[in-house]
Design a protein around this ligand. Structure first.
Ligand code: PNS
Length: 163
């Protein structure tokens, strides 16, 4: 059974991300969660912080490894002998971009396949951007993100005063 590669920005990880990784871990031998070090948008958290939050939030799942990568996903996948990307889809609006990325990756590396996993309906509205916005203005993100992420968000916005 292959290992699944779950890549993302995870800025920060949400319960939706955790749910997809937990479920992928049930179907595959293992899951490599790959945190992009330099996402196109400036991130709130460093790659190290995002990786630490994921490791803490996925410590209960035995067959998950958290790694970070820079550059093209296909190069990271090749360097680790991974041939299957698993990504969550919340809504049809995610599908167009995700399909485009899957097809670009398959063009760059024909051996790399992508499978999509439907997000749980309870997380369909959830995104890292919205979580940051709620936390920035002092709203509660309890129940939307793992406890380690809630703590990190409160700390970060306390430091910056919401800026
Ligand atoms: O959390 P996201 O925004 O869905 O993650 C997107 C990510 C990091 C998986 C994607 O941007 C990516 O793979 N970036 C690495 C650069 C790359 O390989 N680009 C070509 C793929 S189209």
């Amino acid at each position: 059974m292959a290992k699944a590669l779950c890549p993302g920005s995870f800025d920060p990880p949400t319960n939706g991300h955790i749910d997809v990784v937990e479920r992928a871990a049930r179907y595959f031998e293992g899951v490599v969660v790959a945190v992009i070090a330099n996402p196109s948008k400036q991130s709130l958290f460093s790659a190290g912080e995002r990786s630490d939050m994921l490791s803490a939030s996925l410590a209960h799942v035995g067959n998950v490894e958290v790694a970070s990568f820079d550059g093209l996903l296909v190069d990271f996948a090749r360097s680790r002998n991974l041939t299957l990307v698993v990504k969550g889809l919340r809504a049809v609006s995610d599908f167009e971009y995700e399909l485009q990325m899957a097809q670009m990756n398959a063009t760059l590396e024909p051996g790399l396949d992508t499978m999509f996993m439907a997000a749980k309906p309870s997380w369909a509205f959830l995104s890292s951007s919205l979580v940051k916005e709620v936390a920035r203005f002092g709203g509660s993100v309890e129940g939307l993100v793992p406890p380690a992420v809630g703590k990190a968000l409160r700390g970060r916005y306390r430091e910056t005063g919401g800026r």
